[in-house]
Design a protein around this ligand. Sequence first.
Ligand SMILES: *Cc1c(COP(=O)(O)O)cnc(C)c1O
Length: 246
Amino acid sequence: MSRNNNLIMTAIAQNLQAVQNAIAQAARTAGRDPQKIKLLAVSKTFSVAAIREAYQAGQRLFGENYVQEALPKIEALSDLSIQWHFIGPIQSNKTRAIAKFFSWVHSVDNLKIAERLSAQRPDNLPPLNVCIQINTSGELSKSGIHMGQVAELARAIAQLPRIKLRGLMTIPAFAASLEMQRIPFSQLREIKDSINTLSPCGAQGLALDTLSMGMTHDLHAAVLEGSTIVRVGTGIFGERNYFEGA
Ligand SMILES: *Cc1c(COP(=O)(O)O)cnc(C)c1O
């Protein structure tokens, strides 16, 4: 691996570089500007020290799945200018903490949760950036709203005063081939485009600018289909060990 400013890079810094290169390569293939694709480092189960290491290598956006795990980490890292993204399932008794400590929430899939987040977003903070999570796999166990119900939910959430609806997110079922991986991502892009278009009955189109899609194993397919935020954990921090982790 190459040297960066004559400093020998740490493993996390090398991994970050490799993921950035993979994003840039996919963007070139798709004829897209790599600058339009943000990298969210998913730090669930990883230590404060690992997050600091990634931060020192230039990473600024971090994603967490569990409020109980995230809050002590956010506190311990409050000296850094990290932008925190919540990407896990949301229980209604956790919305107050999420609204207070995170800048983005990717995993909203019902109006009640969105209303709580809006009502509980502190006045001194800008509106909370939200993505609607869509279940593209049809698996019953997965969170996310069904594709056919997204437009209605999007219009309702877009009315909430303390929320800025940014776009759509999905965690697809595992697929091994690039072609299979592309299918749910292209569906997400089409839903976003249709929500942004004036509806036939005259409703105003929304201005969604975000597709949160692509993880370590499928980020190439996601970037080809228009992803604007890829969420990468393993590719940056290594394999997760849930037994030793949070
Ligand atoms: C854990 C997680 C990721 C990261 O997955 P990797 O395969 O480790 O890159 C991305 N998005 C969500 C919602 C996750 O829970």
